[in-house]
Structures are given as structure tokens and as C-alpha cells.
Design a protein. Structure first.
Lengths: 227, 329
């Protein structure tokens, strides 16, 4: 079973974000593998261990993305594909998906996996768009994959605690739920990004841990009256 | 402008996020002098269509087919593409549900369009609609616009608009029109099977008046007893954001957020939770929200009544002690 995993490199979770136009200043921050994608990679590696085949890590972005591809190789991916694009942050979801689809078409993949969404843009559309562009069946928010006789039975997470089993033929595109283990033809454009305005007034309590703890208990007891 | 709202049924009942999106559409229509059509899709949906017709909409569209009884992304895309082509809306709005995530971006792409998903608001800037969505897990907001021609596709995060602000139809009932679609079994490549729930959760957090919730800031499972001690001193339940349950540090049934439980306790104490929208939708109804986080820019402070910027590992034991003292004192 040959599996392509789409992996995005995103700013590190604790990176201080300095806004610059419609993206961020990249110079002083670290980058890491998008966490939801690491679940997709892990799932691909487990499927390979069970059914054989090859795992290809596919990533798009500037030079720095090579580091994330190397990380995937280090985890057990057999090959990496880097779609080199210095301005990938300016691509909209459809533009990104078109670039990834062009790379996927050159391979003979039985399965294409993505994470649920990226921790930066967070559109969560890549897997579904790839299915459309590649004309493959798809399913999203997948919690388990069983492969038997060339088809899959999937466990899909629904809302409010519900799940559903789905039969899905191969080849297919799946977006993996976390926890299971852009420029040409832009259709939309991020005009600017900014720190959201506060909708609620927060009273900040300051002092030593002991002081804030005492203050907070007083506030909760006598002001909010919730304890 | 013509706005089409695609509503959602979940196992024969409304997904209430549908009404929030319909309320959003009514507001956009008011701002932009537009007309709203509400669409309901499935098999035998007349009763639901009649309910939608009591709202202030220009018309209700029903899309019915035997093959639409159970949701499939292929079935919905094939059917709704035909509806968009015949009804010719300028703006197609969806509630940002798991189901919509599963098909709507592809539907838009089939028509050569992009979709702005997961919006939390909009602005009308002299005729140009600007959609607001979050980036970097809520640390920034982004204004996003469509660059090409209509139809435009967008979805609204649950909780972004209030369903109770829905305006009723002025004369009682909007016309209900059915839209015929052609759909064959061969076009549907995935087969939906059984629906099920995991083992019954032992705790019902929705009934807990006091909740202590932990996020990534807890760092390691061996630190959880500190938060549990605090919950015990408070007399509350322990809960968590999704990453903690994904890691298996707390059982899934203790998860708060869009994929977990939605709670509205008297007190919600968020420890090391950044406040990504997926978490916030599950707890923003709490009467009093206290946030303790080392990052003063964490979005959780947006909705907190009381905030402490600091190290939870210093504050948790101090707070536990202060609570114990308050009990005895």
C-alpha cells in the first residue's frame, strides 16, 4: 500500500507571533511539523507496517520545510517530496491543494492522508479539496482505518459524541482526526491579520502566587459568588 | 444579493448550528439589502422546510432524493452543485459543522470557487463583504475577502451568531419550493454504515457547577494530580481541552469543546488553556471564567472574567491551599 502523507510546517506552538501584513515575521521564530499532520504520518507508518508498501512525506513551502520532511523521514517515511514555494503562505486553500495535487498525480498512491487542519491558517480544507481535484472518494475526521480486500472500513467522528463506520474504496483521501494514535487562481485572499479585540473585560490579578491565590478565592467568594 | 443558507439535519433532527447561520444570513441580508433562501436537504424533509418557512426568508428550498437519506460527501456535492447552478445564489452560507467540513470545500472547488470556512463574523465595507476568521489557533484574527466572481462560499463557527435573534416571517410563511436533482448510486463512492456512541461516559460534566479544566500548559501527565487536588479543594470536576485527551492523559469523556462536551457551569477555571475556538465554544457560556496562563496574549483572556498571567505550577498549589483555608475559615 503506497501512502502519501501531506505535512505542513507551521510556526512552533510557543513562538511569539509578530504580525507583518497578512502573515507573520518569520525571522525570529522556530517552525515545526503541524501537530495534526503528525497523527496522519503516524497512521501511515502503522498501515505500512501492517500492509507493506511505501510512505511518502509531501510538504510544500520555502527551504525551511526540508527540516520537517527530514523529520518525517527520520520517523520512518521512505521518501520525501518538497514542493518548493517561497510564497506558500499567500496561497489560499484551493491554490495549495492544486499544487499538492500536481505532485500527487506523479505518484501511484493508494491512499493520501492529511491531518485535520493546520495550526496556522486552520482552514481544514486540504484533504477534501485534494479528493475533489484528484477525483477520489474521501472521508474526514477519521479515528480508525481497517483495510481488507482492497477497501477500507473507517471510523469517522461525528459531533456530540457520535461516530459512524463508513466503507470506502481505494484509492482515497482521508483527513485524520488528531488523537487517532496558495498564489495562482486565488479565490480568496487574507487582507490582513491582527490581534482580536477583547469582547469581555478581564480583571487581572497580580502578585506572588500566594497573593493571587488569596485574591482569587476572595473574588470568587464575595464578588462572583460562585464558590 | 441572493444568500442561500444550507441547513443541516443530524439523525432526523435539526443541527441547531443551522439556525445560528440562518440568523447570520438575516443580518447580512439586512445590511446588504439581500434576500435569504434557506435550503434543507435529505429524504422527506417537508416538515423541516415548513419550520424554516416560518422564519423571515424569501423562500425555502427542499432538495429531496432517496440517495440523500444518509449523508455522503459525494451525494451532497453532486446534488448541491446542481442547486447552486440553478438557484444562482451570490453567497452560500453553511454552519461550520463536521459534516460541512467534510463536503463544502469540495462543492465550492467543483464550481471553481474557494470557501472561507470557520468564520466568526463579517463586516459590510461599503458593499464588500469581509469575513473574519481566526488564525494561529485564535492568537490572531484575519479579515478575508473573496477575489473572484460569485457564488461565494463561507461557513460560520458555532456560537458566532445567536439563533435566538432569528426573525420570524412577517406574514407567517415563506413559499417552499422543491428543487429536483439527478443523482445515481454509482456517483456515491463511500457507503455510510452504523452510527454509534462509545461507552457511556461516567461523568456528565454538563451538570457540574464548578469545573477545573487543564490544557497543554499542564505539560505532563504526572502534573495532573496537582490540578485534581485543586478541583477537589474547590469541590469541582476536572476537565480538559482536546490535546490532553488526545494524549490519553485524561479520558475523552472529560473533554470540553466542539468535539467534546459543552458546559455552562457557575465557575470555569482554565489552567494553561490557550483558548482555541474549538475549546471556547464548549465553555464560553460559563457564568464566571477564570484563566491562568503564562502567555498574556492567550485568547482565553478574551473571555475571562478574572485572569492571572503566571505559572500554573506556582499558582495551583497556592490556590488549593487558599481554597482549603477559605473552607475551614
Amino acid at each position: 500500500m503506497n501512502i502519501i502523507v501531506c505535512i505542513k510546517q507551521v510556526p512552533a506552538k510557543d513562538a511569539p507571533l509578530a504580525i507583518a501584513g497578512n502573515w507573520i515575521k518569520e525571522s525570529d521564530i522556530g517552525f515545526e511539523m503541524n501537530e495534526p499532520d503528525s497523527y496522519a504520518l503516524e497512521e501511515a507508518l502503522r498501515l505500512k507496517e501492517k500492509h507493506g508498501g511505501e510512505v511518502i512525506a509531501l510538504s510544500m513551502g520555502p527551504e525551511r520545510v526540508k527540516q520537517t520532511i527530514k523529520e518525517a523521514l527520520a520517523k520512518g517515511a521512505d521518501r520525501g517530496i518538497h514542493v518548493l514555494d517561497e510564497n506558500f503562505a499567500q496561497l489560499d486553500p484551493l491554490g495549495s491543494a492544486k499544487a499538492l495535487a500536481a505532485a500527487i498525480r506523479k505518484e501511484k498512491a493508494d491512499l493520501v492522508l492529511t491531518g485535520l487542519q493546520s495550526d496556522d491558517h486552520g482552514f481544514g480544507q486540504t484533504g477534501v479539496l485534494l479528493a475533489g481535484l484528484l477525483d477520489l472518494p474521501h472521508a474526514t475526521i477519521i479515528m480508525a482505518i481497517e483495510v481488507t480486500d482492497g477497501k477500507m472500513t473507517l471510523k469517522r467522528e461525528l459531533e456530540a459524541g457520535w461516530f459512524q463506520h463508513i466503507d470506502c474504496p481505494l484509492p482515497a483521501v482521508l483527513s485524520i482526526q488528531s488523537g487517532i494514535n496558495k498564489v495562482r487562481y486565488a479565490t480568496l485572499k487574507i487582507e490582513k491579520i491582527y490581534v482580536p479585540t477583547k469582547s469581555k473585560k478581564t480583571e487581572f490579578l497580580t502578585g506572588s502566587p500566594k497573593e493571587v491565590a488569596t485574591k482569587l478565592v476572595e473574588k470568587l467568594k464575595f464578588e462572583a459568588r460562585v464558590i | 444579493m441572493k444568500i442561500l443558507v444550507v441547513t443541516e439535519l443530524r439523525q432526523g433532527k435539526w443541527n441547531n448550528a443551522s439556525f445560528e447561520t440562518l440568523a447570520a444570513a438575516q443580518q447580512i441580508a439586512k445590511d446588504t439589502s439581500s434576500a435569504v433562501s434557506a435550503l434543507v436537504i435529505g429524504k422527506s424533509v417537508v416538515a423541516f422546510a415548513n419550520e424554516l418557512a416560518s422564519k423571515n426568508v424569501a423562500e425555502v428550498l427542499t432538495v429531496e432524493h432517496d440517495l440523500l437519506e444518509a449523508y455522503t460527501p459525494d451525494g451532497y456535492c453532486v446534488a448541491l452543485k446542481q442547486v447552486v447552478e440553478s438557484a444562482k445564489p451570490d453567497l452560500v452560507l453553511f454552519p461550520h459543522t463536521y459534516q460541512v467540513r467534510d463536503f463544502a470545500p469540495k462543492l465550492a472547488a467543483m464550481l471553481g470557487k474557494g470557501m472561507i470556512g470557520d468564520c466568526i463574523g463579517y463586516r459590510d465595507e461599503s458593499g464588500k463583504l469581509v469575513f473574519v476568521r481566526q488564525m494561529f489557533q485564535g492568537k490572531t484574527a484575519a479579515d478575508v475577502t473573496f477575489t473572484g466572481a460569485a457564488p461565494w462560499f463561507a461557513s460560520f463557527q458555532s456560537g458566532a451568531f445567536r439563533a435566538d435573534l432569528l426573525v420570524a416571517h412577517p406574514s407567517g410563511k415563506a413559499p417552499v419550493n422543491s428543487v429536483a436533482v439527478s443523482l445515481s448510486a454509482a456517483q456515491i463512492r463511500t457507503q455510510p454504515l452504523d452510527l454509534f456512541k462509545e461507552a457511556k461516559s461516567a461523568v456528565d460534566l454538563t451538570q457540574a457547577p464548578l469545573i477545573v479544566a487543564i490544557g497543554r500548559g499542564i505539560k505532563a501527565p504526572e502534573n495532573i494530580p496537582q490540578a485534581e487536588a485543586l478541583a477537589k479543594a474547590l469541590g469541582g470536576e476536572i476537565a480538559a481541552s482536546r490535546p490532553i485527551c488526545d494524549e490519553g492523559w485524561l479520558p475523552m469523556e472529560r473533554q470540553i469543546g466542539s468535539s467534546g462536551q459543552t458546559v455552562a457551569p457557575k465557575l470555569y477555571l482554565a489552567l494553561g488553556i490557550s483558548g482555541a475556538i474549538q475549546h471556547v465554544v464548549g465553555m464560553k457560556g460559563a457564568r464566571t471564567i477564570v484563566a491562568i496562563n503564562k502567555d498574556s496574549n492567550a485568547p482565553i483572556f478574551e473571555i475571562a472574567d478574572y485572569g492571572v498571567v503566571g505559572d500554573i505550577f506556582e499558582i495551583m498549589p497556592a490556590l488549593t491551599e487558599a481554597l482549603e483555608k477559605a473552607k475551614t475559615g
